[in-house]
Design a protein around this ligand. Structure first.
Ligand code: G4P
Length: 531
């Protein structure tokens, strides 16, 4: 290649932030960007005032609800590192996009509200991280408010998520009595000062814990005595810090702070950058692909149509896994078996899109897609032919029957619903004997129902009505030669097929799944669809 791009790759850190809505993900991201100098005014990342330019406002629905449906990517520089933050939608209803975004990240930052602990959404997203064995860093937020007991919070993470915890720092009080954090590695106290919601610079002091007089004066005798006790307890009770375990996702370093008042954020960022891995080798059908030793390669993790209504465009988001991307060079789209130039490559930022000339392993680029890419596709150097491991399809948890209002618009309806299904936002199923007139949609998050309705109306001019169905569990039938008519299940079970014609069953509850397996000898059910 001539140029040594290894350094560029090594300084990249690509991560996703996961949290339950309202835990403070947006606020923390804003503070990160502030340190990176990417913004100079906290609040301008996803602030309502700048929504006009935000890439995530491509759909009216988002504005109406004040939420971000699509995930975007933010890139900034800090301390010699080039950081890519993959934003995952923070609202309750999320889609497969959220899961897939995690497939493109090398590590995850989990934000937890100190007064709430582990919440439902964190649990779901966390499962995907565990499956991928990516490092998870925990930021326990809102210490400026009353918080749950720190030991209990750690215990909850360990029990609920099944991951060992290792506090890197430790909070000193909380709420009105919040005094700062204790940095265990450097054995010093970092004092907190109210910054009036981050509107002014806080004056933090660092006091070595060995300087007892000074520390007691700063924290108060009582708080200092408690801290000393807790440090002792902690040293005896918590897991030892082990970078290897962190990097293989079995131990999460835990940090405490307050994103809103901008306390503990920079310390977190610094430690995170030291502990997180640069882009690592990824599995392909020819073995592991090393990011620095191979030429350009990437995989498509997300496709989004009509981001810009005026242009009716379709963008394929790619995570670069190896080498250097050069906009002028040809690449091979492996699944399409075509050598081509990627068209209009751009970096999609929160507030802007900019054309990229070059990018490196770890980066995300969006390219114009004339309808040739599918999720999971690989692009690589023209002389190569390998494919990256596929992205799993996540089982939908909500189902509805789709009724088309105007039967004259059959064609548009079929085109629209198929297109949206191809993007992966929804999955579609049919009655076993029926054609496209009877369609059932399955989604991971219920918001996708609204998205489907909205998009069919606005992009395809088709009106639909959705009738919610009670199913919550989906199982594909693995037996290839099974007589479906002879299959007997519970009365609430429904037999359908997916778009590839694979038969599957929908159930209202887990009990019915078990009953059906009991009643049909040899029946093999799977939670995942076949490719
Ligand atoms: P999210 O992206 O995870 O959904 O959360 P977001 O950052 O939007 O934060 C949710 C709410 O929690 C916001 O308040 C935010 O100001 C507040 N918050 C975030 N971090 C902290 C913290 O460290 N301490 C305290 N006390 N509050 C925090 P809001 O009133 O819902 O919104 P806003 O009017 O402040 O924008």
């Amino acid at each position: 290649m001539g140029i040594d791009y290894t350094q560029e790759i090594h300084r990249r850190r690509t991560f996703a932030i996961i949290s339950h809505p309202d835990a403070g993900k947006t606020t923390l991201t804003e503070k990160f960007l502030l340190y990176g100098g990417a913004i100079n005014l906290a609040g301008s990342v996803k602030g309502k005032a700048t929504a006009r330019h935000a890439v995530s406002d491509w759909m009216e629905i988002e504005k109406e609800r004040g939420i971000s449906v699509t995930s975007s990517v933010l890139q900034f520089e800090y301390g010699g590192y080039c950081i890519n933050i993959l934003d995952t939608p923070g609202h309750q209803d999320f889609s497969e996009d959220t899961y897939r975004t995690l497939m493109a990240a090398d590590s995850a930052v989990m934000v937890i509200d100190a007064s709430k602990g582990v919440e439902a959404q964190t649990r779901k997203l966390f499962k995907v991280c565990v499956m991928r064995k990516i490092p998870i860093f925990t930021f326990i937020n809102k210490l400026d408010r009353d918080a749950n007991d720190t030991f209990e919070l750690l215990d909850e993470i360990e029990k609920e998520l099944g991951i060992a915890t290792c506090p890197v720092n430790w909070p000193i009080g909380c709420g009105k009595g919040f005094k700062g954090v204790y940095d265990r590695k450097r054995e010093c106290i970092i004092t907190y000062e109210d910054t009036q919601k981050g509107t002014r610079e806080g004056e933090s002091r660092e006091i070595p814990v060995s300087q007892e007089g000074q520390a007691a004066a700063a924290l108060g005798e009582e708080a200092f005595a408690r801290l000393q006790e807790e440090i002792e307890l902690l040293d005896g009770a918590s897991a030892e810090f082990d970078l290897e375990q962190v990097q293989s996702g079995i131990l999460t370093p835990v940090f405490f702070g307050s994103a809103l008042t901008n306390f503990g954020v920079e310390i977190f960022l610094k430690y995170f950058l030291e502990m997180a891995t640069p882009p690592l080798p990824r599995r392909a059908d020819v073995g592991l692909i090393d990011p620095a030793e191979r030429g350009f390669s990437a995989f498509v993790f997300k496709i989004q149509a009509n981001m810009n209504r005026a242009h009716r465009d379709r963008i394929a988001f790619m995570r670069i896994c190896s080498g250097r991307f050069d906009a002028g060079e040809e690449v091979r789209h492996v699944q399409g078996n075509k050598v081509m130039r990627l068209s209009q490559p751009q970096q999609i930022m929160a507030s802007d899109r900019k054309v990229v000339e070059e990018a490196y392993a770890g980066d995300i680029i969006g390219v114009f897609d004339p309808g040739i890419f599918s999720i999971g596709d690989t692009v690589c150097m023209p002389k190569e032919h390998f494919t990256y491991e596929g992205i799993p399809t996540f089982a939908p948890e909500h189902f509805a029957r789709v009724r088309q209002m105007d039967t004259m618009k059959r064609k548009q309806f079929v085109k629209g619903i198929n297109q949206i299904a191809q993007e992966g936002a929804i999955q579609i199923f049919q009655e076993l004997s029926a054609g496209m007139e009877e369609i059932i949609v399955g989604v991971v998050g219920v918001l996708q129902f609204d998205v489907l309705k909205y998009r069919l109306e606005n992009e395809y001019n088709v009106e639909i009505r959705l009738e919610n169905l009670p199913y919550e569990h989906i199982r594909w039938i693995e037996n290839r030669d099974l007589d479906l008519d002879a299959l007997t299940g519970t009365s609430d079970m429904k037999k359908v097929k997916d778009m590839k014609g694979n038969p599957l069953l929908l159930f209202v509850n887990a009990w019915s799944v078990g009953m059906t397996i009991d009643r049909n000898e040899g029946l093999v059910l799977s939670e995942f669809g076949r490719d």
